[in-house]
Design a protein around this ligand. Structure first.
Ligand SMILES: [Zn+2]
Length: 116
């Protein structure tokens, strides 16, 4: 699995596209996969094939843009949350998942603070 390090939502929506890309261009090597500004940023190289490289770069760019509107937790429509003080970094969530994740964080924090 290419998107191992990410939550289910992004995996369910984008893994298949990446697998398809790999089938079209068997030489493709995924060099990095990260969340950047709450979007899925994937870099890849296709050694010795400049045309394939352009296609791959464009597909990865589309995935990056699309990921800004897909909840990384459940895969439904979401939006980027750029300034939530309790998140370690910006994330993309739907309203439900945002509430659930924030609640979990606050509960952990509450337990931490009430432990003598
Ligand atoms: Zn969600």
């Amino acid at each position: 699995m290419i998107l191992n390090d990410f939550e289910t939502g992004w995996k369910n929506v984008f893994e298949e596209r990446l697998v398809h890309l790999q089938k079209l261009f068997p030489n493709v090597i995924f060099t990095s996969k990260e969340r950047f500004k709450a979007m899925l940023r994937i870099k890849a190289t296709v050694p010795g094939d400049r045309l394939a490289q352009k296609v791959v770069d464009n597909v990865l760019h589309c995935i990056e843009r699309d990921s800004a509107r897909v909840c990384e937790r459940c895969g439904k429509g979401g939006r980027r949350i750029m300034s939530e003080e309790y998140f370690s970094e910006p994330k993309t969530y739907c309203v439900n998942c945002y509430a659930i994740v924030l609640d979990e964080i606050l509960q952990d924090l509450h337990e931490e603070l009430s432990t003598p």
